[in-house]
Design a protein around this ligand. Structure first.
Ligand code: NAD
Ligand code: LMR
Length: 328
């Protein structure tokens, strides 16, 4: 696609907290490139429409040169019409007393109707990122309800978890985050996730040489995997700006390439590393030419295998809990 032809980018929950941070990053060219015009197609539910009108007013007032048009609607078939990229954000966040998986009853059904609408009206090449929690299983629900779109085009976001892992390593080593490469997440965006340090480098040095294994398998793992709750406790609301930044990183790398680096993408398993087919699982990936390529030949030690197994069990349980939403 020529970079001067506008692409259609849909964002659901566009009047919410993540939407408010995400839209400005997309509009400024941070995600799809500084020469790529966009048409923003924003979805809300009826009670959010007035707030959405205010967001659209502010977007227009920002006079972004790359924004060619803005559509605000409560109809998914208008929001996803011919969409080239879709950010599925709209859904309820958890509160202090909940796990993310507790949201599936409230949020899961949203992704049935939205999956069907994507199937009907989106571009056949659409790239979908699911942010709304529990994001792995919501991506599965959306994909299952969009049978004419290949499952690989439906992903879920574990990039925030990767960025948290990078942030922790950078802080401990006293270097900028840009010096930390190739740390990635296995599994579910849940407390079972595993931030794998074994390919990681910090300023060119192996992360497993630099940091003690007690820290990597102890505080580092605990901080990264429970960071979402810690933010909710501290802020009184779930992460928003960092979530938007991670969604931009995820989609930017998918769209423009990850420059050979390993990044975390949750995608429907095709059996990689023995993970059962179909469940949306975060793997080490590289992005090239608009494709996500799972790095499928990393050695797996006993600890990593036990974490993979734990995540598989949790995701199979979530899949069972939503079986009636999967359309088969
Ligand atoms: P928010 O409550 O501020 O905003 C959500 C917005 O979605 C609201 O404006 C609401 O009206 C809208 N909405 C609800 N149902 C909708 C539907 N069916 N269609 C379209 N819009 C709908 O919440 P937020 O802070 O923006 O978080 C959104 C979701 O993202 C939550 O589920 C949260 O848990 C999740 N999240 C995921 C990650 C991640 O790393 N995967 C990180 C942070 C937040
Ligand atoms: C996060 O990781 O910050 C989000 O998934 C929000 C949450 O509920 O933890």
């Amino acid at each position: 696609m020529s970079t001067n032809t506008p692409i259609r980018v849909s964002v659901t929950g566009a009047a919410g907290n993540i939407g408010y941070a995400l839209l400005w990053r997309i509009a400024s060219g941070d995600c799809f490139g500084s020469n790529q015009p966009v048409i923003l197609q924003l979805l809300e539910i009826p009670p959010g429409m007035e707030r959405l009108q205010g967001v659209i007013m502010e977007l227009r007032d920002s006079a972004f040169p790359l924004v060619h048009d803005i559509v605000g609607t409560d109809n998914p078939e208008i929001a996803f019409n011919d969409a080239d990229a879709i950010f599925l954000v709209g859904s309820r966040p958890r509160t202090k007393d909940m796990d993310r998986s507790d949201l599936v009853a409230a949020n899961g059904p949203i992704f049935v109707g939205q999956g069907k609408a994507i199937d009907t009206v989106a571009s056949r090449d659409v790239k979908v990122i699911t942010v709304g929690n529990p994001c792995n299983t919501n991506a599965l629900i959306a994909s299952a309800n969009a049978p004419s779109i290949p499952p690989r085009q439906f992903t879920a976001m574990t990039r925030l978890d990767q960025n948290r892992a990078v942030g922790q390593m950078a802080e401990r080593a006293g270097v900028p985050a840009s010096k930390v490469k190739n740390v990635f997440i296995w599994g579910n965006h849940a407390n079972t996730m595993y931030p794998d340090p074994r390919c990681g480098t910090v300023d060119g040095q192996s992360a497993t040489d630099l940091f003690e294994s007690d820290w990597l398998q102890g505080d580092f793992l605990d901080i990264v995997s429970t960071r979402g709750k810690a933010i909710i406790m501290a802020r009184g609301a779930s992460s928003a700006a960092s979530a938007a930044a991670a969604a931009v990183d995820h989609m930017r790398d998918w769209w423009q390439g990850s420059n050979g680096h390993i990044v975390s993408v949750a995608i429907p398993s095709e059996g990689w590393y023995g993970v059962p087919e179909g469940i949306v699982f975060s793997f080490p990936c590289r992005c090239e030419n608009g494709e996500i390529i799972v790095v499928d030949d990393l050695p797996i030690d006993t600890f990593t295998q036990s974490k993979i197994d734990e995540n598989v069990a949790a995701l199979l349980e979530e899949r069972e809990a939503v079986s009636e939403l999967l359309g088969n």
